[in-house]
Structure formats: structure tokens, C-alpha cells
Ligand binder design. Sequence first.
Ligand code: ADP
Length: 348
Amino acid sequence: MKNPTPYQLAVYASLFIAGAVALVLSILYVFHFLQISFFWIPMVSLLVFLVSFQSVKRVLETYIYRKIKLIYKSIHRSKMKSDDKNTNVDLRTDIIDEVEREVAEWANDRSDEIERLKSLEAYRRDFLGNISHELKTPIFNIQGYLETLLEGGIDDEEINIPYLEKASKNVDRLHSIVQDLESIARMESGKLQMDFQVFDLKVLTTEVLDEMEFKAQKRGIALQFKEGASKPYRVLADRENIRIVLVNLISNSIKYGKRGGLTQVGFYDMDTFILVEVADNGLGIPEDAVPRVFERFYRVDKSRSRDQGGTGLGLAIVKHIIESHKQTVNVRSTVNVGSTFGFTLKRE
Ligand code: ADP
């Protein structure tokens, strides 16, 4: 037998001991050293079997229990109760194999946890590095403008107002970075409370398009609905957060659009949900960058993004909001042809 259970081991050991006793007694009996009836030999052997079975079982139970308790103590954080005594050891099962399996499972869990902690640590390090890098640029700029002004520039009519304006623009930039960081932090700590309500997407999008009209005009970009987006589209979602999503996507289409370009918003009825698409005919995104645009601080063209007041966090916020709705967001894009960002929302 390959893997005997402790119970079977106790039976074998006791059979062996009882057999040996029976053999010795029989020899003694045959050679007339024993003056008893033959009937007693199987009786004594049976008694020896029972006594030794109980003793071996007891020794194994105590021994195995002690060893197993030690292993369980190491792998389980919960304390085993001292009054558990032997009740936890069922000698009829292959207890050693079971413990081995549990230890292997525990080791797997541990290595998964270590991997998860390692990637969290790397993410934390990257995130901190990115934040300080993002904050450094506007702070250095402000420092530079203020120093120049303090060193006499304030009296120079040609630079005083422009430098103050530039410093103020960098303060605005710091403000938007901090605001976006706050949003991301709130979302990642799970504190973002969704306020689901039924509303018409068409009405909300019209409000956002009206707000963005001035910015779009400045860059010579036309904003419009796609054909067929005329009827109401009622969805169940958090209106204020979906406004943030639309503002981010439409403002990106303007920031990365081409002069004289076009941004179109379309709605598509997909039975249980509505697909919203924001399409532009702007710069587009290179193929290798497409899967990365939703990462925090990822930008295809850093200087263009900064010039446009981008923080590199907009699409990460969009993704968070849509995923908090248990929906998906995706992008299709071709360089110099344009980009289409699409997300889904639950229909009312
Ligand atoms: P940013 O603040 O830089 O705009 P986002 O997270 O909103 O940050 O976008 C990340 C990057 O994705 C942008 O820097 C830009 O390179 C690219 N991107 C986003 N939207 C578009 C778009 N409509 N067309 C081209 N590129 C885009």
C-alpha cells in the first residue's frame, strides 16, 4: 500500500505486535514451557492487538497533531484553540497528503500576494515619480518668471505683464494637476460614490457641447451630433460623472484636433445599453500608443499635451468613471486620420 492512513498504520503495527506475541506463545506452548490451555493464546493475542492498537493510535494522534498544529500555526494566521486537542485529526483520512496540499495552496497564495505587492509598490513608485515630475515643470517656470521680475523685470514694460500672465498660467496648470490628482485619489480609494439616476444623454451632451463651443471655435473646430442622434437617449448613470467623461473626451478632440477639423458625437442603441462615440478627424494616435492612452500620465506628445494644459490624467479618470458604472471604454485611432473614443452606458 502506497500511502497508508495513520489509522491503517496503527492496525498494521498492532497486527505485527499481536502476531509476534502469538508466535512466541505458540512456540512456548509447543515446547511445553506454558502450562495453560491453547484457548488463551488467541485470547491474549487479541488483547495485545487491542491494547497496542489503542496505544499506537494514541501515539500517532499526539505526534501527528503536534506536527500538524505547528504547520497550521505557520500557515494560518488564526490561532488553533488549545482545547481542540485531537478532535481535528481524523486518522481515517490521508491527513499528511491533505496537509501537503494545503501547504502547497498556501505557498501559491503567498507568491501571488508577493507579486501583487511588488506591482503595487512599483506602481506607487512610478506614481510618485510622475507626480513630482509633473509638479516640477510649472513650479520651475513660476520661479523663473518671478525671479526675473524681482531682479528688475517688473519695471520693464515689455515683459512685466506677459511674465505675470505666464506665471498665472502655470499656477492654473498646478491647480488642474492637483484637481485631477484629487479625483484619481478619490476614485482609487473607492470613496467615489456613484449617484445613479435616469437622464437624457442628448440633453447632457448638448450642455457640454455648448460649454466647449468657445474653446472649439478658437481652434477652428466644429462640434456637432452625428446624424441620427436626434431622439432622446435615456440612460441610468451618474450624470455629473458622465459630464466629466464627455468634457474630457470632447476637450481632447479639440486639443488634438486639426484647424478646420470636426468633432462628432454619436449615440447607438445596442438593446440593453447605449454606445456613445466621440469622433474627431485630428492628429490620431500611433498604433503602439493606443493601448496606453488610458494609463495615468501617459501622453503621446508630452509638449503638445502640456501646451494644451493637459495633465495626462484625463483618460485615466474617464476609464475609472466608466468602469465604476461596470461599463467599458475603448478607442480606435489612425495617425493623421483621427480618433474615435467610445463608451457604453446602461439604458433605462
Ligand atoms: P492629456 O491631459 O495629456 O490630454 P489624457 O489622459 O486626456 O491626457 O490623454 C492622454 C494622451 O492621449 C494625450 O496626451 C494624447 O497624446 C492622447 N489623446 C487623447 N485623446 C486624443 C485624441 N482625441 N486625439 C489624439 N490623441 C489623443
